[in-house]
Design a protein around this ligand. Structure first.
Ligand SMILES: [Cu+2]
Length: 339
């Protein structure tokens, strides 16, 4: 009922506005005013408005910068992130001057060349030199940016050499939480499959695989050692998620039915970052960056970066997956979750 009333009111307002305009137009015509002709004055007003808009436009950007720049990410906490940041900065260096110059020209030209009855436009059909310049300059700029970007991309996406000292962690996304699994002493993640998901075994770890016995599964928070390469393997239990660790400039999709990977070397501990950001409550975060459902916004996990010693201490205090399995010698069966 309310909707109908509002709709009728809006309709009536539109009709009366149209009628009032029509009356104003007719009365002007009856007084001999040429209402359909654009006057010299109209053109001048429009031209000045272009300059007013130019000033408003840049003031708005400046205001946004001052108002929101404190929300920008702090310095990169990973080795490769420094490269990502400089790639971003170099891109800005190209884009911002071009943005400012083209927009000043755009609105200035609209002002300067507003219609004047006694001015004739210059007829200019073709210039090879000009075409060469506006083709070569952007191509060169883009080539530099793309080559620089590809070079960074290749460095970032190469998986950690398994011979090298590293930490292997599997991240599992599901609506609406994360789980992390450490490979344990054997440095191997046991098999996992959605068919084995049952009760506390939300990661679907295959208990018949011996490699899974020393795996460590954690929720809510996971720890990583500083200055040691961390190899992540990502999976999803249900829909597309994206493992996003902004402080480490890391993001990778978690795709149902397949494994993806990302690796980085954390360089700043949580304690040090609290000092850098001057924020006692600072926490590194793993977020979901794919809108995956109603509680997507709440899908996160804390990450603690600490010294190698503290990390080892924390890891040894965590429960191994095998310890939660029934002991076969006591009559419990290991294989019973298969469906
Ligand atoms: Cu998600």
């Amino acid at each position: 009922m309310m909707v109908l009333l509002v709709s009728v009111t809006v309709l009536l307002v539109i009709i009366s506005a149209a009628q009032i305009l029509k009356i104003a137009e007719l009365s002007a015509i009856s007084k001999g005013v040429k209402v359909y002709e654009i006057s010299e004055k109209d053109n001048r007003v429009q031209a000045v408005l272009m300059l007013v808009f130019l000033v408003f436009y840049f003031s708005f950007f400046a205001w946004q910068y001052l108002k929101w720049s404190h929300l920008m990410l702090p310095v990169s906490a990973s080795e490769h992130g420094v490269g990502v940041d400089s790639l971003m900065n170099v891109t800005w260096l190209f884009i911002i001057p071009v943005f400012i110059i083209t927009h000043i020209l755009l609105f200035w030209f609209a002002f300067k060349y507003a219609f004047k009855a006694n001015r004739k436009a210059v007829f200019f059909s073709h210039s090879n030199k000009l075409e060469l310049v506006w083709t070569l300059v952007p191509s060169l700029a883009l080539t530099v940016l793309i080559l620089y970007g590809l070079n960074n991309w290749n460095k970032i996406m190469t998986p950690v050499n398994s011979e090298e000292d590293h930490v292997l962690i599997e991240l599992l996304g599901q609506q609406f939480s994360w789980g992390a699994r450490y490979a344990g002493d054997d440095k191997k993640l046991g098999r996992a499959n959605v068919n084995y998901i049952e009760g506390a075994n939300f990661m679907g770890i295959d208990s018949t695989d011996n490699n899974c016995k020393d795996d460590i599964v954690v929720k809510g928070e996971f720890h990583i050692p500083v200055n040691v390469p961390v190899q992540f393997v990502m999976r999803s239990n249900d829909v597309l998620h994206s493992a996003y660790m902004p402080h480490f400039r890391a993001q990778m999709n978690c795709v149902p039915g397949m494994k993806t990977q990302f690796n980085f070397v954390p360089t700043i501990t949580s304690k040090e970052m609290k000092k850098i950001t001057n924020n006692e409550n600072f926490e590194y975060l793993l977020l979901c960056n794919k809108i995956c459902g109603a509680a997507h916004y709440n899908m996160q996990m804390n990450i603690v970066v600490e010294s190698k010693e503290d990390y080892a201490k924390w890891l040894s205090s965590q429960k191994k997956f095998g310890s939660s399995l029934p002991n076969p010698s006591e009559g419990g069966a290991l294989v019973e979750t298969q469906k």
